[in-house]
Ligand binder design. Structure first.
Ligand SMILES: CC(C)(COP(=O)(O)OP(=O)(O)OC[C@H]1O[C@@H](n2cnc3c(N)ncnc32)[C@H](O)[C@@H]1OP(=O)(O)O)[C@@H](O)C(=O)NCCC(=O)NCCS
Length: 140
């Protein structure tokens, strides 16, 4: 499932940087923190794309490729890969850039892929019931 690309795919949706409170006992950033950033980024894209509220209904398998450390600049990229009747599927990638830490001399500052996953969102109304949205507006 891992992309071999050297560059992120999709639109830049979110940039952030983890704090010491986001680490586990090894000093690495919790996978859950990264998933949460992905869901925030994908959720914004889902709401913008469907023109209203959207909720996360499913996430496919994820593999964390490299650890993220405190102070790294973390970027989340996304693109809509499938448009259904009430749902959309967004491919999300997380990339990180070490800023505050010493890295291997040849790779200092290198932008690396952390993980990727496919998130599915369902458009909902104010009562939380699924709603149809206009595919034509999205595709035009
Ligand atoms: C999302 C929710 C409104 C869907 O309601 P529902 O009536 O059960 O909807 P359906 O089973 O008919 O599925 C709706 C759409 O989601 C898709 N979907 C449902 N389960 C899916 C899954 N596991 N993977 C991918 N797509 C899924 C369906 O294919 C359908 O897409 P389409 O209309 O584009 O064809 C409802 O399940 C819900 O409120 N879930 C909680 C969401 C939430 O709170 N998320 C935050 C995490 S706590």
């Amino acid at each position: 499932m891992t992309s071999k690309s050297k560059y992120p795919d999709g639109d830049l949706l979110l940039r952030t940087s983890p704090r010491p409170s986001d680490t586990n006992m090894n000093g690495d950033i919790f996978g859950g923190w990264i998933m949460s950033q992905m869901d925030i980024a994908g959720g914004m894209m889902a709401m913008e794309t469907t023109g209203g509220r959207a909720v996360t209904v499913a996430v496919d398998a994820m593999k964390f490729i490299k650890p993220v450390k405190v102070g790294d600049v973390v970027c989340c990229y996304g693109k809509v890969v499938r448009i259904g009747i009430t749902s959309i599927n967004i491919k999300l990638e997380v990339w990180a850039k070490p800023v505050l830490r010493e890295v291997n001399a040849n790779k200092e500052g290198e932008f690396f892929m952390v993980t990727e996953a496919s998130f599915t969102y369902v458009a909902v109304d104010h009562e939380g019931q699924k709603r149809q949205f206009s595919k034509i507006e999205i595709l035009s």
